[in-house]
Design a protein around this ligand. Structure first.
Ligand SMILES: Cc1cc2nc3c(=O)[nH]c(=O)nc-3n(C[C@H](O)[C@H](O)[C@H](O)COP(=O)(O)O)c2cc1C
Length: 162
């Protein structure tokens, strides 16, 4: 069984909803188990044994929330060699900084030795670029992109580690 851990920080629920949609997307792939966990309530055993880890948070001042940055800086689970993906919530659809926040998360994940993946524009519609982005609550196309990210990362994890 391939395990995907979806770790999020969320204060007002938007990123948590993205995490749940991503889980739904992961479960479209047979033989995949996915678990959503908050940075405040980590399941370390699941995280440790997961082949893929997705990180998501709100954009704060054009960057990842400090709570997610703290997770990346302090988590005591070895993330090296795991497949990684990112998702970020923002307030402003036209550019609140979510893309940049995703790249900062990706930088931290690379430093942790992770292999980064989204599927980008190579796995059909909707395209993802750096990861899934939502403005406020994930509805419509934003929700579809979360589902797609989950499916892409889960199927790549199965291809690499199954
Ligand atoms: C301290 C703070 C800083 C924020 N900075 C930005 C920002 O730079 N750009 C933006 O689009 N939204 C910004 N927001 C809005 C949040 O990113 C947005 O409401 C997000 O959907 C909240 O996610 P959550 O419901 O998971 O907590 C900020 C919110 C807070 C509390």
């Amino acid at each position: 069984m391939i395990k995907v851990a979806i770790v999020y920080h969320s204060e007002t629920g938007n990123t948590r909803k993205m995490a749940e949609l991503i889980r739904e997307g992961c479960l479209k792939v047979q033989g995949v188990e996915a678990k959503v966990m908050s940075v405040d309530d980590l399941d370390r055993d699941f995280l440790k044994s997961a082949q893929a880890v997705l990180l998501g948070c709100p954009t704060y001042e054009g960057s990842p929330s400090w709570q997610m940055k703290k997770f990346l800086d302090t988590v005591d689970v070895d993330l090296s060699g795991k497949l990684g993906g990112v998702f970020v919530s923002q307030n402003w659809p036209g550019g609140g900084g979510a893309d940049f926040a995703e790249m900062v998360l990706i930088a931290g994940m690379l430093v942790r030795g992770m292999l980064i993946y989204s599927g980008g524009i190579t796995r059909g519609y909707p395209y993802l670029h750096f990861g899934a982005v939502s403005a406020r609550s994930p509805e419509g196309l934003y929700a579809e992109r979360c589902l797609k990210l989950g499916e892409n990362v889960a199927s790549k994890a199965k291809e690499l580690f199954g």
